[in-house]
Design a protein around this ligand. Structure first.
Ligand code: SIN
Length: 331
């Protein structure tokens, strides 16, 4: 009898050891971070910083794998892929959330923010922060904003006044606000994935596009677009999002550490975004491949006048209160 009990206790102890050994050897949690831009951009650098911070602090427990340049999913698929659990983290441009929320379209309204300081001020405000949780009913958790910069217009022909854009085809991100913005110029907007822009420009399927200096430089659009109008007419920023399902599946302590690393990496990305914008603009100038057109105040006012009616068109969907609050961040 005594031997039987001893054997049972020994077997149980062994099982505990084997089980805890298995737990110790459990596979780390993998966070696949998919994005569409080059590695030498604010988002590309932020992603690598996040990966490094996680390796340093949660090595063995969590692994971040970064997939830049639409390697894994293009921008018309990445949110869907994340909701399906194929990737765990994405940071699409704010213009790409239209299917999930109408309010985030506020960031696409032309000439709403005068500069990145105003964008930052609004994003950090109560209303700006509330937008991060505006897609929870769709299973999306907004984990923070990441800057890129203000958008410029690149084109095959010089654009000085809105009439210069009439009849031309422009690639846009998947946003009805951006479509309305180009329609207001009597131009033709085409919603196309970022990964296709270079070829569309090269084959002259489109005449131009709008983007930040870092994207225009890193994706070599400047090599095939002879003119860039420094319009600063809108913002191109990102929202870091994950799925509620993945986020809530993380143990509390791990979730807190991941969020901390994400916040730090985002801060780093935001800090370098402004200098990257200037550096990439300078590299474009130095290349002598394209002319950067600076608008006079009178010319710029014409663009504002032509595009601003778009605000009214989307006021009901976005909310006048929200638009007013965003506008106030310019003060
Ligand atoms: C991005 O910066 O993530 C892509 C922007 C674009 O689609 O133009």
């Amino acid at each position: 009898m005594f031997r039987k009990i001893t054997t049972l206790v020994a077997t149980a102890a062994l099982s505990v050891l084997v089980l805890s050994g298995a737990a110790l050897a459990a596979d780390p949690i993998t966070i696949k971070f998919s994005h569409v831009v080059a590695e030498n951009t604010p988002k590309g650098k932020m992603a690598v910083k996040f990966k490094d911070l996680i390796a340093e602090r949660l090595g063995g427990k969590v692994v971040v794998e970064v997939f830049p340049n639409s390697q894994l999913f293009g921008d018309n698929k990445e949110i869907e892929a994340m909701l399906l659990g194929d990737v765990q983290l994405v940071a699409p441009a704010l213009a790409k959330f239209e299917r999930y929320t109408k309010q985030v379209q506020i960031y696409d309204l032309p000439f709403l923010f005068k500069d990145m300081a105003a964008v930052e001020k609004f994003q950090q405000s109560e209303k700006g922060q509330a937008l991060l949780s505006s897609m929870e009913s769709k299973g999306l958790v907004g984990l923070g904003y990441l800057h890129n910069g203000m958008k410029q217009l690149s084109c095959a022909s010089p654009l000085r006044v809105p009439a210069d854009a009439a009849g031309l085809k422009f690639r846009i991100m998947t946003s009805d606000v951006l479509a309305a913005q180009f329609q207001a110029l009597n131009a033709v907007p085409l919603k196309k994935p970022f990964s296709e822009v270079f070829t569309l420009l090269q084959t002259k399927a489109i005449d131009g596009q709008e983007n930040t200096y870092s994207n225009i430089y890193s994706k070599k659009f400047f090599e095939i677009q002879p003119y860039i109008t420094e319009s600063n007419h809108g913002v191109l920023d990102y929202m870091l999002v994950t799925s509620t399902e993945f986020w809530m599946s993380l143990p509390d302590d791990i979730r807190a550490e991941v969020k901390k690393a994400l916040d730090e990496a985002t801060l780093y990305g935001n800090e370098i975004a402004a200098s990257q914008d200037l550096e990439d603009k300078q590299k474009i100038i130095d290349s002598k491949r394209t002319e950067i057109i600076t608008l006079s105040d009178a010319e710029r006012n014409q663009w504002i006048e032509a595009m601003k009616p778009v605000w009214l068109k989307f006021e009901d969907e976005i909310g006048k209160d929200l638009i007013d609050a965003a506008y106030q961040s310019n003060m």
